[in-house]
Ligand binder design. Structure first.
Ligand code: HEM
Length: 130
């Protein structure tokens, strides 16, 4: 049951990340003024990753353990750190100094770490074993 949630939530997290990357890329390359929608979108993405970490830690105790899960765990922590760090850095800046660049870099890094973390346990990024 919780494994199903963990497996399914991954699609929402990846979709959220894709939205952040696209929104930040349009703002960054289009040299647009920083919009508060960017901050909200990044906060939702970061929140979804944290929720996914939480379900992951619970799933850990419900499934047979094998060493590749350690790689899964650490790459996912890096993904969460990349998303959280860039979101927090931009939030602390004064309005005129806020920009899309950190969101773009942070979300791309988070997506790469998440893809690596899923591949680490022998699944395709969009593959479900449910
Ligand atoms: C952003 C964070 C994470 C994402 C996107 C993610 C994604 C996934 C995916 C896609 C699967 C395979 C689902 C399937 O086969 O249908 C999985 C399995 C699993 N994940 Fe995560 N995960 C994340 C974080 C974590 C964390 C922090 C832990 C804690 C150790 C964890 C523990 C596990 C475990 C134990 C399995 C089952 C492995 C198995 O039985 O073969 N996950 N995760």
């Amino acid at each position: 049951m919780l494994f199903a949630a963990h497996s399914g939530l991954r699609f929402l997290v990846l979709a959220g990340g894709l939205f952040v990357v696209l929104y930040a890329a349009v703002g960054f390359f289009g040299k647009r003024e920083y919009s508060s929608a960017m901050a909200r979108l990044a906060a939702v993405f970061t929140g979804l990753i944290h929720l996914q970490l939480l379900t992951g830690f619970i799933v850990l105790f419900t499934r047979p353990f094998y060493t590749a899960i350690i790689g899964h765990l650490f790459t996912m922590l890096l993904a969460a750190a990349a998303a959280q760090f860039t979101t927090s850095v931009v939030r602390r800046r004064p309005q005129e100094a806020k920009s899309y660049g950190p969101h773009l870099v942070g979300a791309i890094l988070a997506m790469v770490f998440m893809a690596a973390g899923i591949l680490a346990i022998g699944r395709g990024v969009l593959e479900s074993t449910m």
